[in-house]
Design a protein. Sequence first.
Length: 250
Amino acid sequence: MDDSQLLRYSRHILLDQIGIEGQQKLLDAHALVIGAGGLGSPAAMYLASAGVGHITLVDDDTVDLTNLQRQIAHTTQRVGQPKAASARVTLAQINPDITVTALQERVDDARLAELVARADVVLDCTDNFATRHAVNRACVAAGKPLVSGAVIRFDGQVSVFDPRGGGQPCYSCLFPQDQKFEDVACSTMGVFAPLVGVVGAMQAAEALKLLMGIGQSLAGRLLMLDGLYMEWTSIGVGRNGACPVCADKK
């Protein structure tokens, strides 16, 4: 790190659990953020401010006026622009020293496998079960930790699925991919704006901890937030021995 970086990240370096070694791990790391909307905005912005050296943003959507109530990486002037490109501008303004790759595309299984293999940590900031399961399969196959978040109305949840841990559950253990779950969209159900910021920031925190190897992650636990009464609930998540995604992984 040069003098400018030492100054920029000084409040991290002061923490005994991080120090120069931990901050260097962040600078050398590559995070894949899938979804540049309500969750992806705060998650990516905190990853950038913390100094994650390479962030890849994936989103095939464009900025809409209705997004601006909660998707804080975007501005009124960028309505109509690709979300990934818009978020890249914001991250560059926060931290011009990092590399941000913006991909405006809907990724299939093959492309996901390619992108996940290049990353050190994956943040699922999407809003539908099909994509979440596809991301989970790619992370299990590649042995990469996955930080998952979801928010609708006044309810939020966040967890970590880390195949490196041995015996840890994957996303499909919690929400079996062969079961039918109804996707509920913000466009029809609504979402409380600050709640995506809370959950997205927690996704960033878990990702940073994983990259630095500090603390204890949310692997094996699901945190659920009732934003209307601001109450957190933590439940244990066990591995499904018959899970078609991770059962054959040791």
